[in-house]
Write a protein that binds this ligand. Structure first.
Ligand code: HEM
Length: 257
C-alpha cells in the first residue's frame, strides 16, 4: 500500500534524522566565542555609526552631535585595535587575520574553525579601516558654515576641504560594506543555518568538538589597558595636544562701529 509504505518511509527518515541530530549534538560543544567587550564594542559601534549617518546627513544644529559621535566612534575603534592584541582568543587579530590560502580553503569548504571565518575577517578589517579613515578625516573637516572638526587647525583650509570631500565620498563605501555585512550575516544565519547573530549577543556558540577551544584571556587588566588607549585617543583627537587658543582681546580694544 503506497500510503502505508510512505508512512514507514517517513517514520524511518525521522528516526535517522533524530539519530543524526543526536550524533551531531554529541559531537558538539557550546563554548564562549565573543567576550563581553567585543560584543559591547560591536553593538555600540553599529548604533553610533547609524547615529553618525543620521546627524551627518541632517547637518545644521545636529553637526555638534555628529562631531561628538565621531569622537566616540574613534574611541571605540582605538579600543578595538588594542583589544585585538590584548583581548580574548577570538577577538585577537593574530587569531582571525589569515593569508589568501585560508580564504581559498574556506571558499572551497575546506576550512574548519571557530570565530570569524577567513572571509568574514576580510570584511571586518575593511570595515574597521574605512571607519577609522572616516573618523580621522572628520577631525580635520569643515562644513564651510559653522562646523569645524577639533583638529581643523592642524591642516590648511585647502587640505581640510580635500579631506571633507573624501569624508563625504567614503559614506558610500561604508554604507555599501555595512549592507553587505548585514546581508552576509542574514544569509549564513537563515539560509545556511549557521547562527551568527545570537553568538554576537550572548557570546556562546555550538561548535564541533574538534574545533572547540573556548576563548580565554582578555581579563580586567587587559580591559583597563584597552580603555586607557581609547581615552588617550579621544583626548588627542579632541585637540588635547594642541596649544591653548590665544586669550580674547581686552575689552575696549575692539572698535565699536
Ligand atoms: C552600522 C552597522 C554595523 C557595523 C558598523 C558593524 C560592524 C561590525 C564589525 C566591525 C564586526 C567585527 C567585530 C569584531 O571582531 O570586533 C562585526 C561582526 C559581526 N556583526 Fe556587525 N556591524 C553592523 C551591524 C550589524 C547588524 C545589524 C548585525 C545583525 C544582523 C550584525 C551582526 C554581526 C555579526 C553576527 C558579526 C560576527 C560575524 C562573524 O561571526 O564573523 N552587525 N560587525
Amino acid at each position: 500500500m503506497p500510503a502505508a509504505s510512505a508512512g514507514v518511509k517517513i517514520e524511518g527518515r525521522h528516526e535517522i534524522d533524530s539519530h543524526d541530530k543526536g550524533v551531531h549534538a554529541l559531537n558538539e560543544r557550546r563554548i564562549l566565542i565573543w567576550d563581553l567587550p567585543t560584543r559591547l564594542f560591536h553593538w555600540l559601534l553599529a548604533s553610533l555609526v547609524a547615529a553618525a549617518f543620521v546627524t551627518g546627513l541632517q547637518g545644521g544644529n545636529l553637526m555638534v552631535w555628529h562631531g561628538r559621535i565621531g569622537l566616540l566612534i574613534l574611541g571605540l575603534l582605538a579600543f578595538r585595535l588594542a583589544w585585538g592584541v590584548l583581548g580574548s582568543t577570538y577577538a585577537r587579530f593574530a587569531e582571525f587575520v589569515r593569508g589568501p590560502g585560508a580564504v581559498l580553503a574556506y571558499i572551497r569548504g575546506r576550512w574548519q574553525g571557530s570565530g570569524h571565518s577567513p572571509l568574514a575577517a576580510l570584511s571586518v578589517l575593511a570595515l574597521l579601516a574605512l571607519l577609522l579613515f572616516q573618523s580621522i578625516s572628520g577631525l580635520m573637516s569643515n562644513d564651510d558654515i559653522a562646523f569645524r572638526g577639533p583638529l581643523f587647525a592642524v591642516v590648511s583650509k585647502s587640505t581640510s576641504d580635500w579631506l571633507t570631500g573624501l569624508h563625504r565620498e567614503n559614506i558610500w563605501l561604508i554604507g555599501g560594506l555595512v549592507a553587505l555585512h548585514i546581508c552576509a550575516v542574514v544569509f549564513y544565519t537563515f539560509l545556511r543555518k549557521d547562527d551568527l547573530i545570537l553568538p554576537m549577543i550572548h557570546g556562546h556558540k555550538r561548535v564541533s568538538r574538534a574545533a572547540a577551544t573556548p576563548a580565554t584571556g582578555g581579563g580586567w587588566l587587559a580591559f583597563l589597558a584597552a580603555l586607557a588607549v581609547a581615552f588617550a585617543a579621544v583626548w588627542i583627537a579632541d585637540g588635547g595636544l594642541l596649544p591653548p587658543p590665544p586669550p580674547p582681546p581686552p575689552p575696549g580694544s575692539i572698535p565699536t562701529w
